[in-house]
Design a binder for this molecule. Structure first.
Ligand code: NAP
Length: 389
């Protein structure tokens, strides 16, 4: 796809930590191009270079720095919106964009647990995307909301998915050590976090528990039945810039050996045949060293899209315990949204937003991809309710 034929996308919350990651990750994206930036009234009307306090270790692209930040309103916005704004604001703004016919691919927690809103990690529950057909916006304007999970749930869920499928998981105990970038910018004051651990992150434990069970749940008709497991999460903020580390203990429904668990992770490549540009080859990477994973050394594996597991060992209370690390603003946020959008595009759910001269070609390509998937059984149980629209 050449540059003029890319899908134009808009970023809501473009100046924030996650917004900046979208810009960085989309700089050379083969399918999507940033065409519109919006943030609060504080930023609206300024150039992006003036409005955003760029905090990433690659330069802000010049083209983006020169763009003017728009008001956060659907008028004039592209039909695909990557949203990264606080939940309270998302609650008000995301439905406005969906009602205006936009595909809102969101990071915020506002609608993650809504019954008709898919909470999706493409490797884990791609079939839940069919819930968009239950949304009134979809029926009335074609717009919809799709969400990705909380950044802390993401790593454990990827590591748990193949174990849930193979052995069943009945109990989950998770303790997080979360990076400061998870709180946005400027986030936690340096005087609070340096030389310190903060054993409280508002609503995080509740989100982690509920979202993990929804992501690992099963779609029955148009209802997601959460995984029937008990989960207890404890969330802590630590003095790390990027990368959430989580210690996990699990009780399995049927016994598993260490070799079997390692083989599950090694063989977990559910998107291998889908050719999504941001999907890592190996979503769950095993680190055999005794002292890994570590945020500084492992957060960028798979371009920040792979999670790293290590320290698999027997648990004296449950069955097994391990440590999992994920990059919170890439795999846990911006990269997750982009991967969801890639999945939506591959399923034809973004065709209304396709560049005009591409729509015919896309239609033909999508049909071929869907047929390929059915033949290859990419989605295991099938893509229920995901017929071509
Ligand atoms: N950071 C992470 O690791 C992470 C991970 C997963 C999910 N999330 C979620 O992603 C969302 C954004 O997080 P973040 O870390 O990027 O936060 P952030 O750095 O605080 O950025 C917030 C963004 O929202 C904009 N904004 C604030 N008020 C607004 C309004 N009234 N209308 C429109 N835009 C408004 C800000 O614009 P101004 O610059 O103009 O104020 C900024 O662009 C949150 O819901 C968060 O929970 C974050």
């Amino acid at each position: 796809m050449d540059i003029q034929n890319k899908y134009p996308i808009g970023i809501l919350g473009a100046t924030g930590m996650v917004g900046q990651r979208y810009i960085q990750l989309l700089e050379r994206h083969p399918w999507f191009e940033v065409a519109w930036l919006a943030a609060s009234d504080r930023s609206s009307g300024k150039t992006y270079g003036e409005a955003a306090k760029w905090r990433l270790d690659t330069p802000c692209p010049e083209r983006i720095a020169r763009m003017t930040v728009s008001p956060a309103e659907p008028e004039g916005a592209p039909k695909i919106i990557f949203a990264s704004i606080d939940a309270a604001i998302a609650l008000e703004l995301e439905p406005k964009f969906a009602a205006a016919g936009c595909a809102v691919v969101s990071n915020s927690s506002a609608f993650r647990m809504a019954a008709n809103v898919p909470l999706v990690l493409p490797e884990v529950n791609a079939e839940h995307l069919s819930l968009i057909e239950e949304q009134s916006w979809r029926k009335e304007s074609g717009g919809f909301i799709v969400t990705n999970s909380n950044c802390t749930a993401m790593g454990p869920v990827l590591a748990l998915k193949p174990l849930v499928d193979r052995f069943g998981v009945e109990q989950i105990f998770a303790t997080s050590m979360q990076a400061v970038s998870g709180a946005g910018y400027p986030g936690v004051p340096s005087m609070d976090i340096l030389d310190n651990v903060i054993p409280y992150i508002g609503s995080e434990e509740e989100k982690m528990e509920a979202e993990t069970l929804k992501l690992l749940g099963t779609l029955e008709g148009s209802v997601v039945t959460p995984l029937r497991a008990r989960m207890s999460a404890s969330c802590n903020r630590v003095a790390v810039v990027d990368g959430h580390t989580v210690s996990v203990s699990i009780k399995l429904a049927t016994p598993a050996t260490r070799e079997e668990i390692l083989a599950c992770w090694a063989g977990f490549r559910p998107l291998a045949l889908r050719h999504l540009p941001s999907a890592p080859d190996q979503p769950v990477e095993w680190a055999p060293e005794a002292d890994r994973p570590q945020p500084r050394l492992d957060r960028n594996r798979g371009n920040g899209m792979a999670v790293t597991v290590g320290r698999l060992r027997p648990c004296n209370v449950l069955d097994w315990k391990f440590t999992v690390l994920s990059h919170n603003t890439i795999r846990g946020a911006a990269g997750a949204t982009i991967l969801n959008a890639e999945l939506l595009r591959s399923l034809g759910k973004l065709d209304a937003a396709a560049p005009p001269d591409r729509s015919g070609a896309l239609q033909r390509k999508r049909t071929v991809e869907v047929v390929d998937d059915i033949v290859a059984g990419v989605f295991g149980g099938g893509v229920r309710g995901m017929g071509v629209t």
